[in-house]
Ligand binder design. Structure first.
Ligand code: NCD
Ligand code: ZN
Length: 344
């Protein structure tokens, strides 16, 4: 059996830079026409000039025969100015601004400590129609790590949407039924991305027979009832849920240590993983809209014209990829079977 769909886009991706970029970019470019590229480099990509240079490095790292368009984002900081936002809106390559609450995740220490300091920038984004992408977790260490997304909705997101009712917002990598319900109840300017790993795994995967660092990401995997709710949202037919892998490469030696980095690497087989999730609830017919239409429509970008095909064919993923000199990159499902295979 085979399925074919319009070439999809990845609306939330970490490409890194330098040698790491060169390793991971071909995986994404093989599957996706475009991707929203996260700005959490060190230092963060917080100006249009830096985003333009990063974009050039991505294009330069593309293997010759591959077509791929990086859609750049700016990292919102306490110092992002109205002029920064205007320059972003006037550029033809910055498509969104990313809010990381300070300290929420990998390379987020430059993030926003108090959103009220961003009021002028947010007002300008609302005026220009530039979307805000939010990492939706509070950072208060006294709040249980599994409750931080729900707490963010109440403490930050709901008040933000009330203050800026015409701001386009993407609630990134949602992981709870609370977030899915909140997005469903929202208006046409509120969308959400969902990762493949949050559709396929619950938090037991982090502790299956021992601690599994390659299943640790942020926001952390949640309990099974939340996974079920995400599957329902992704396959509901709602046009405000779309594909965002949050593929986040980290070298093996920085995952398999006493204090391991957060992030799951899924770019090597992203579509296959999503197909498996959709198939598990008999909703393969809904995959194309989720992967190829809804995100483009939300961002106001044209849909892609090419096609990709997947065959129902068991195959074993590589156990690792060479990464950063002597290190390696361990992908999700390393050395295990996948049910679908993308055809070249
Ligand atoms: C991301 C990373 O490694 O950059 N990690 C993750 O667990 N998702 C950061 C992020 O998107 O939170
Ligand atoms: Zn991310």
């Amino acid at each position: 059996m085979q399925i074919s769909l319009t070439r999809p886009d990845d609306w939330h991706l970490h490409l890194r830079d330098g040698a790491a970029l060169a390793t991971v970019l071909p995986h994404t470019a093989r599957q996706f026409a475009r991707a929203i590229v996260m700005p959490n480099l060190r230092p963060p990509v917080s100006t249009v000039a830096a985003a333009g240079e990063y974009r050039q490095r991505i294009i330069a790292a593309l293997p010759p025969a591959m077509a791929f368009e990086p859609l750049m984002t700016l990292y919102l900081t306490d110092r992002t100015s109205v002029d920064d936002i205007r320059r972003a809106a006037d550029s033809d390559f910055v498509h969104a601004v990313k809010l990381y609450p300070a300290g929420a995740t990998t390379n987020s220490d430059a993030g926003v400590s108090n959103l009220r300091q961003c009021d002028r920038a947010l007002a300008e984004m609302q005026r220009c129609g530039l979307p805000l992408l939010v990492h939706g977790e509070v950072t208060d260490p006294t709040i249980d790590v599994f409750d931080r997304e729900k707490a963010f909705i109440d403490a930050v997101l709901q008040p933000l949407l009330r203050r800026y009712p015409a701001l386009k917002v993407v609630f990134e990598h949602i992981t709870t039924s609370d977030a899915a319900d909140f997005v469903v109840a929202g208006g046409p300017l509120l969308g959400a991305t969902i990762t493949a790993h949050h559709l396929l795994y619950n938090r037991n995967a982090i502790f299956a027979g021992g601690i599994r660092p390659h299943h640790y990401c942020l926001p952390v995997l949640k309990r099974e009832s939340h996974r079920q709710a995400l599957l329902r949202a992704a396959t509901s037919g709602s046009r405000r849920f779309f594909l965002g892998t949050d593929s986040a490469p980290h070298a093996r030696t920085t995952k398999e240590v006493a204090c391991g980095c957060a992030g799951c690497y899924t770019a090597h087989a992203a579509l296959e993983l999503y197909a498996e999730a959709f198939e598990s609830v008999g909703a393969l017919d809904r995959l194309e809209a989720f992967a190829s239409f809804n995100g483009a429509d939300f961002y106001g970008l044209p849909r892609n014209s090419g096609k990709v095909s997947l065959a129902r064919d068991d195959w074993r993923t590589p156990t690792e990829f060479a990464y950063l000199g002597g290190d390696t990159l361990v992908p999700l499902r390393a050395g295990e079977l996948l049910r679908w295979r993308m055809l070249d």
